[in-house]
Design a protein around this ligand. Structure first.
Ligand SMILES: Cc1cc2nc3c(=O)[nH]c(=O)nc-3n(C[C@H](O)[C@H](O)[C@H](O)COP(=O)(O)O)c2cc1C
Length: 451
């Protein structure tokens, strides 16, 4: 496969290419459905557009938000999106993805209170409503780099993943550690509530620890092997977080429903083909999270950005040439999420990964909602690129084609090299200097940013 550039000048051209590839890409005639409110668990958010969680690697060394973090979140809130799903925030130092990943603790709680307050105020002032804010609690697991050097904490050995990042038996996490982690996620929920977030996400996606555990068929003991054992960490952590739930504070989860690994590794994978999801287990999990744990809203995603990047975020430029046409990734994502939504229709489901579609990401989102595949969409790379994306859709009916994401992959380069992350192309004044540091192998210190 080679990179096929995105060259669709009209919606018809895009539809024709999808048809040629035998794919169904939902595209609505207009975006009016996106201005409708979404209701879940007694809350109402005024539109169907959200900002996806995206690590910015711009915390201060002790985990507090920097000026760059404030800049990102106030811009997200001003975008008009009704949901701002905060990036992966670590609850333990050893689970940080970098020295500059956000890390919340009792000691820095006041800093997070100020960040959430500033985010809500920015939305209220600009748009007349506060965004619904979700704190994504994560443990980076295999991708932990607390000092900017790999220090993997893994569920089981996975030779295929270890071509991309070395690990050995000493990296396998113990059951005792996982028992304690359940309580840490309960405590994390309490911190999120006290900081003023509207919800906490017990994250299980993208190859991080919880996602890896859920696919750990070869792991012995109470957290591995059977479906019941593999889902134990996630369910127990959700139950611990649920102790903090109130009518103003919700527990949710961003769940990876398909990893794209070769069986017996990964979740939602088919025994026959690594390219085709088998959603029987993910659907069972979502039903149990709805019925036994009372989850009413979730975000669904796919893939592992370190190993199956094209599955998580379809793209057509950058260092890795994807093994499939990006439209295949889009079609897999919306069909898979739609299959889960059909099985749990009363759950509110936010879908993921519209950015590859550039100026058509809005019609695609509306198409997915109209076809009942999801209730709303979280925009990732596009919200780095265009800080007004939701207001453009809500006020003019369409995205501004000159401001959309080009899926160039440079934000991915920045995050992988632990540099403050944003759009190098559309927000160049801030992020080109960090990109130069990346190219020239220099450190970048978020605290040196003077915005
Ligand atoms: C730089 C970068 C950082 C990301 N960080 C996170 C994260 O912290 N948590 C998460 O769940 N997903 C993360 N993602 C994945 C996005 O939320 C999203 O699922 C993905 O980019 C696909 O959406 P898009 O096509 O709109 O970009 C990240 C993606 C990028 C590009």
């Amino acid at each position: 496969m080679t990179h096929e550039k995105f060259h669709y000048r009209t919606q018809e051209e895009l539809e024709a290419r999808a048809a040629e590839l035998g794919l169904h890409i939902p595209l609505a005639a207009d975006t009016h459905v996106l201005a409708e409110p979404v209701l879940f668990a007694g809350r109402m958010v005024p539109n169907r557009l959200g900002v996806a969680p995206m690590e910015g690697a711009d915390s201060l060394p002790d985990g507090r938000p920097s000026q760059l973090t404030y800049r990102r979140y106030t811009r997200y809130a001003e975008s008009g999106a009704s949901v701002v799903w905060f990036e992966a925030i670590s609850l333990v130092p050893e689970g940080r993805s970098s020295r500059t990943q956000l890390y919340i603790s009792k000691e820095n709680l006041d800093d997070y209170k100020r960040l959430v307050e500033a985010t809500k105020e920015a939305g209220l002032k600009k748009n007349g409503y506060e965004p619904f804010t979700v704190m994504q609690a994560n443990h980076s697991g295999r991708y932990s780099n607390p000092d900017n050097h790999p220090a993997p904490i893994i569920a089981e050995r996975m030779p295929w993943l270890e071509q991309f990042r070395a690990a050995d038996d000493s990296c396998i996490v113990t059951d005792d550690y996982l028992d304690r982690l359940v309580e840490t996620f309960g405590e994390g929920a309490r911190l999120a509530k006290e900081a003023g977030f509207d919800a906490v996400d017990v994250k299980s996606s993208h190859g991080y620890l919880f996602q890896e555990m859920i696919g750990a068929r070869l792991r012995p003991g109470k957290y591995g092997g059977s479906y019941e054992n593999r889902t134990r960490l996630l369910k127990d952590s959700i139950a611990a977080a649920k102790r903090e739930e109130t009518d103003k504070f919700l527990v949710t989860s961003r769940i990876g429903i398909y990893d794209g690994y070769v069986y017996p590794y990964g979740f939602g994978v088919s025994e026959e083909s690594p390219d085709a999801p088998d959603l029987a287990e993910p659907i069972r999990l979502l039903k149990e999270l709805r019925d036994d744990h009372g989850l009413s809203m979730v975000c669904l995603t796919m893939g592992n950005p370190y190993a199956t990047t094209h599955v998580t975020r379809p793209y057509d430029a950058g260092m890795y040439v994807p093994p499939e046409h990006p439209l295949e990734g889009i079609a897999r994502m919306c069909a898979g999420i739609g299959q889960v939504k059909a099985a749990v229709p009363e759950m509110t489901i936010f879908a993921s990964a519209p950015s590859y579609l550039r100026r058509y990401a809005d019609l695609y989102t509306a198409g997915c909602v109209e076809e009942g595949l999801c209730d709303g969409m979280l925009f990732g790379r596009l919200s780095f690129a265009d800080p007004d994306f939701a207001n453009e859709i809500l006020k003019t009916g369409r995205l501004d084609p000159k401001r959309v994401c080009l899926t160039c992959g440079k934000c991915g380069d920045l995050i992988r090299s632990h540099k403050p992350t944003g759009c190098v192309v559309r927000d160049s004044e801030v992020f080109v200097p960090f990109y130069k540091d990346y190219l020239e192998g220099r450190d970048s210190l978020p605290e040196n940013f003077r915005g």
